[in-house]
Design a protein around this ligand. Structure first.
Ligand SMILES: CC(C)(COP(=O)(O)OP(=O)(O)OC[C@H]1O[C@@H](n2cnc3c(N)ncnc32)[C@H](O)[C@@H]1OP(=O)(O)O)[C@@H](O)C(=O)NCCC(=O)NCCS
Length: 146
């Protein structure tokens, strides 16, 4: 069974482990702690059998939510955790007044693109050379009706 709750400062070590396993340019523990403590953000962790298996974050400014991070522990991928996490983010962002949600994703990240499309996000264009590590463009996606 999977449950979701807001991220707490004491989750930072577990979150950082997943972050390091997931991204070429990982965020630090301090960055997560600072973001999650900000009242304009929504940071959630997914918990299975008492362990953090994924997390996601967003800024919520007026009626727009902007996803900053989504990751699932490598050994838990492909089991629907990412989808449930996104649905939970969308529901909670909506409850806090967001009507739209946006995110950026690498065009090479097939798993993430598939996930977002299946959650109702659509491709709205590119930010050229957005990712500094390899100069890859970002696909800008929006969900216009949460
Ligand atoms: C992207 C990520 C969060 C998806 O999480 P997940 O728990 O594996 O996703 P789910 O099991 O819920 O699958 C969701 C959808 O994506 C698809 N998918 C999952 N892994 C895939 C893969 N490797 N290739 C293609 N599609 C994939 C699934 O088929 C599913 O779609 P479907 O139900 O229509 O078949 C996870 O792969 C991850 O943490 N990746 C590294 C970090 C990352 O890239 N984050 C996103 C940054 S924008």
């Amino acid at each position: 069974m999977i449950s979701f709750r807001e991220m707490h400062p004491e989750d930072a070590a577990a979150v950082e482990r997943i972050e390091r396993a997931s991204f070429a340019v990982p965020w630090s523990r301090r960055a997560f702690w600072e973001e999650a403590a900000n009242e304009r953000t929504l940071y959630l962790v997914a918990i299975a059998e008492g362990k953090i298996v994924g997390y996601a974050g967003a800024w919520i400014v007026l009626d727009e939510a902007q996803i900053t991070n989504v990751a699932v522990a490598p050994e838990k991928r492909g089991q629907g955790v990412g989808r449930r996490l996104m649905k939970e983010m969308m529901a909670r962002a909506k409850a806090r007044g967001a009507v739209r949600m946006t995110l950026e994703v690498r065009p090479s990240n097939e798993a993430a693109l598939t996930l977002y499309k299946s959650c109702g996000f659509e491709d709205y264009g590119r930010r050229p050379r957005y990712y500094q590590d390899n100069g890859e463009d970002a696909v800008i996606m929006w969900h216009m009706h949460l």
